[in-house]
Design a protein around this ligand. Sequence first.
Ligand SMILES: CCCCCCCC/C=C\CC(=O)SCCNC(=O)CCNC(=O)[C@H](O)C(C)(C)COP(=O)(O)OP(=O)(O)OC[C@H]1O[C@@H](n2cnc3c(N)ncnc32)[C@H](O)[C@@H]1OP(=O)(O)O
Length: 275
Amino acid sequence: MLRRYILLNTNKFVNCRHVSQSMLQSTVDEKSGIATVTMNKPPVNSLNLEFLDEINTQLNKLQKDKIRGMILTSGLQKVFCAGLDITEFYNPNPDRLAKFWTVLQDTWLSLYMASFPTVAVINGHSPAGGCLFAMSCDYRVMVGPKYTIGLNETKLGIVAPKWFQDTMVAVIGQRKAEVSLTTGKMYTTDEALQVGLIDESLPDADSALKKGTQFLNNFQRISPWAFKMTKDISRQPTVQWLIDNKQKDLDFVLKFMQSPDVQKSLGLYLQSLKK
Ligand SMILES: CCCCCCCC/C=C\CC(=O)SCCNC(=O)CCNC(=O)[C@H](O)C(C)(C)COP(=O)(O)OP(=O)(O)OC[C@H]1O[C@@H](n2cnc3c(N)ncnc32)[C@H](O)[C@@H]1OP(=O)(O)O
């Protein structure tokens, strides 16, 4: 049986085969069976329509290739992923916004329910959608101590959708998630470890990658079928709402995002980012 792992990371591997090269780079180490995919969209890996589409296409390809593991990381210096591209929300074209949100929903479903084990090697800041992506992996290793992670949507004057919130609840529990979400808390690496938002903290990217690889190695002796079935059962309560309510979720976002108050908040936030 083909034993391969996918790592979303820099292309440093020796016996590696390139799968793709653009905003997302994927490599497969033929010898160890470990592959790496790197998010590489400067300056901050913000998730716009095209980038999300590329990520989703790649995830589906890996699934078809019967890949058995993946690590998600960044090729940038100090940002894992800055979350959704705020310019997709600001003065949006409704048709593009609808496409963007639909691709986001699909990408999240692909990642959250990936048939292979996934590890996020969080080698930089990871707010909002970046935190969602990390939380959607099966294991989180973060490079500390100077980066932050969290769902900060309330700080932008917006609201994390139900499925973002449910994903956080599944990782850190209802009470901690509620406080975290309402305050828009960005955790330091140490705080994230303490609250259970990440599983391990490592001082540098290389050791974080090794840890991620070690985690994936656990699955060498586990049947992919048993892994997937167990993960499906565990994650089904979190995904079912979105599967049943994709259109409702989209309609709400279209209305919410085009409201004058939300646009005003987003405009101010974008301005503050530029400063
Ligand atoms: C009830 C249902 C309603 C549903 C509503 C929808 C809910 C939406 C849900 C999720 C939302 C999100 O994911 S919103 C994104 C939130 N992200 C952030 O708040 C992160 C903001 N960015 C930062 O904090 C920092 O940029 C950083 C820590 C990630 C990196 O800092 P650094 O100093 O390295 O970089 P700069 O700050 O100088 O940024 C460089 C450059 O990038 C632009 N930028 C940063 N983040 C974003 C982003 N998310 N989208 C678009 N653009 C971004 C920043 O403005 C700078 O641009 P310029 O070079 O032009 O100045």
